[in-house]
Write a protein that binds this ligand. Sequence first.
Ligand SMILES: C[S@@+](CC[C@H](N)C(=O)[O-])C[C@H]1O[C@@H](n2cnc3c(N)ncnc32)[C@H](O)[C@@H]1O
Length: 434
Amino acid sequence: MMNQKNDSRHLSFLILRQIVDEGATLESAIENIARDVSTADRRFIRHLVATCLRRLGQLDRIIDHLTKTKLGNTQMAIRHVLRLGVCQLLFMDVPAHAAINTSVNLVQRRVSKKLHYLKNMVNAVLRAVDRERDALKKKYANSRLNIPKELLKRWDMRYGEATVKAIIDHSLTEAPLDLSFRPDADLKSWAGKLGGKILPNGGLRLEKAGNIKDLPGFSDGVWWVQDLAAQLPAGLLGVSEGDEVLDLCAAPGGKTLQSAACGATVTAVDVSKRRLERLRENLARLSLSAKIETADTLKFKPGRKWKYILLDAPCSSTGTIRRHPEILSSNREKQLEELAALQSRMLDQSVELLESGGTLVYCVCSMEVEEGPDQIKALLQRHSTLKRKEIGRGELPGLEQTILETGDVQTLPHHYDGGMDGFFISRLVKDKGH
Ligand SMILES: C[S@@+](CC[C@H](N)C(=O)[O-])C[C@H]1O[C@@H](n2cnc3c(N)ncnc32)[C@H](O)[C@@H]1O
């Protein structure tokens, strides 16, 4: 008879396999595979799989060091079992006997019969890890091992080694929970009720959250979940009551909610019906409204222009590794070129839809030069009617270090105490009379 904990290991194994072998996201794999488990089990499963994804490079080096013959592709299931086992032994607070026994059980009961003969090898490797844990942790301490080579190369080139180390160390930690509030909320009082710290731009950060839906203020629609960095672009657009805003690539709607909460009339466009459903739910919970258009930004032909446009384009998402550690095991490098081309077409379309004298804010949750500074440089060359409206230090008090010489913003995971997502933000205005 399998107990709950054993089941959790089995579900973790299935989730890890779906992410690494089939390219699923962490959230979708958990939703597919562990939807009906208790909150405590779900938390354990999420923590185990996320830690495993964050430490995949270190784990694999340790596994390769301890297995005499390298595990081949047909033995991938065994590698996954070992990854989960070593992860529990070295990076989690799980008693050794539990980590080892559940892993051996997985081989015996949950992987193809053809691989059962490797049960003793798994047992021996995990016992060796337990015996040599201090030496192994020291030998394979380098956190760079967890980052794909191509990413490291581009980060080293753009940021330099010391900053890259800080980026990596913060990217491998669990992100805190940041909340955005309606502008009329009494932040001090909510900080007391929720036990949070007030953020420089007016949000709140909770270190321990539990179940979001059980927190005070959730059902009353006082706040929504949004990382500190993701809160910045809508603030920099600078809309107020009565302004009309076009929010392109809007779902699930964090930035739409910000503009709507300021009293702006927002048209929210996204190609994904499913993600727009979440935007609708968020608007309803917050008692806010927006015009919702299910459309491809590139084909959106509304027959009018806007004074304010926010484009939060699809991107490699390398700024959100803390929340989406599966990014480390997916080959985004190949997609980067395609994404950069899409972003540049979306920017052109945004310029087309912008009134003369209007403001466009472009952002991506990325740390890659092609998706940020290079995009804006090329955009300004393509459109002589467009000028950068530099972001000033006074606009981001406490976050001045995120402002680039150009007047754009690049937040990085280590930039604020407790970290923040990596976001590139640029603000542009169209000349009057064009
Ligand atoms: C970074 S997310 C947007 C996050 C959102 N702005 C927020 O604050 O919650 C990018 C969005 O772009 C949408 N998207 C991707 N390609 C698109 C396209 N061609 N047209 C419109 N939306 C698109 C995706 O469905 C996704 O919701």
